[in-house]
Write a new protein. Structure first.
Ligand code: CA
Length: 218
């Protein structure tokens, strides 16, 4: 399990690295957002621990850039409390977890363990509902085993709906999800993508709940 730590507070970083190594996790540490992007491109980590207040790039902007290419990388955000209030709505689903500074190292490790377990148990990386299957590591979609061509945005929407099967997701929920992945959103973006997805999927797979949103039932 390989963890990338992006943190410009060297004392804090040292403490985190020491604690993670005791858990037998491999840690790489970078100070700048730019270094983090390079590192992720060359050697994608299994988990990212990201400080929001970085010297070169705002951590939230960095997360948006990362999400453009890497939808699934688990990200734990470290942030000062006052910054959290500003960023919380935007963070939404772009991050998998967050901790406000100051925090107990023990708690950070416990949360990393949860992410590690989640990665291990999701290793099959497949979500199947009826005859539609998504593979979240290859980002591919199949129907009855036949490859289905969907755009990146369509994939993200379909994945969000399937991961939240049996829940009604509003247009705003879905917009926020695309936004957290670094996508620009026009006012009719969601309707257009849902329309196009429906042409490719079995009849009734994505249902509209009038005035509320969309649902995939399993
Ligand atoms: Ca900082």
């Amino acid at each position: 399990m390989h963890i990338l730590l992006v943190e410009d507070d060297l004392l804090l970083a040292d403490g985190i690295i020491h604690a993670l190594k005791k858990e037998r996790l491999t840690v790489n540490h970078v100070v700048l957002g730019g270094e983090a992007l390079n590192h992720i491109n060359v050697e994608p980590p299994d988990i990212l621990i990201l400080d929001l207040g970085l010297p070169d790039i705002d951590g939230f902007e960095l997360l948006k850039s990362i999400r453009k290419n890497n939808v699934t990388l688990p990200v734990l955000i470290l942030t000062a409390r006052d910054m959290l209030d500003d960023k919380l709505c935007g963070l939404d689903s772009g991050a998998d977890d967050y901790m406000t500074k100051p925090f107990e190292l023990k708690e950070l490790i416990a949360r990393i363990r949860v992410l590690v377990r989640r990665i291990s148990s999701f290793n099959s990386n497949e979500i199947a509902i009826a005859n539609v299957m998504l593979n979240t590591s290859s980002m591919s979609t199949t129907i009855n085993g036949e490859n289905l061509h969907v755009s990146k945005r369509e994939y993200m929407l379909l994945r969000t709906l399937m991961e939240n099967a049996n829940a009604i997701l509003s247009k705003e929920n879905l917009e926020q999800k695309l936004y957290s992945w670094g996508e620009e959103i026009a006012s009719n973006t969601i309707e257009v993508h849902i329309h196009n997805l429906r042409k490719k999927l079995p009849d009734g797979f994505i249902q509209t709940i009038h005035g509320m949103g969309y649902i995939v039932k399993k």
